[in-house]
Design a protein around this ligand. Structure first.
Ligand code: HEC
Length: 87
């Protein structure tokens, strides 16, 4: 219950607090080797990014992105926050 209370006090009131600084680390480790520049998200759509990044091949069997996916939900939230911080 205490953990819930702390999470609920997040700055924006979002359900999960995403951290773009932690997201940068996730990006450098997992994405940079292929994406020298930040990827566009128009074709995927921002709302679909969490499902895509969790398992790109499952989301779209024809994707050219040869990446197994991010396991941790927090990594996914954070890396998306990082990408969005450049908008
Ligand atoms: C092995 C190389 C590789 C890795 C690792 C990789 N990507 Fe990609 N990514 C690609 C390629 C190639 C495409 C183009 C896919 C297509 O056109 O089907 C792509 C496409 C994308 C798209 C969709 C762009 C669009 O067309 O809308 C996003 C978003 C994306 N990647 C984000 C990421 C993120 C975030 C990571 C790290 C968690 C990551 N990628 C890791 C190679 C990679």
């Amino acid at each position: 219950m205490i953990a819930c209370a702390i999470a609920a006090v997040g700055a924006t009131g979002a359900a999960r607090a995403a951290d773009p600084v932690a997201g940068k680390v996730v990006y450098e480790k997992n994405c940079r080797k292929c994406h020298k520049a930040l990827p566009h998200t128009e074709r995927i759509g921002d709302a679909n990014l969490p499902r895509y990044l969790a398992n790109p091949k499952k989301y779209n069997p024809k994707t050219a992105m040869d990446f197994r996916g991010l396991k941790r939900a927090s990594d996914i939230d954070n890396v998306i926050a990082y990408i969005m911080s450049f908008r």
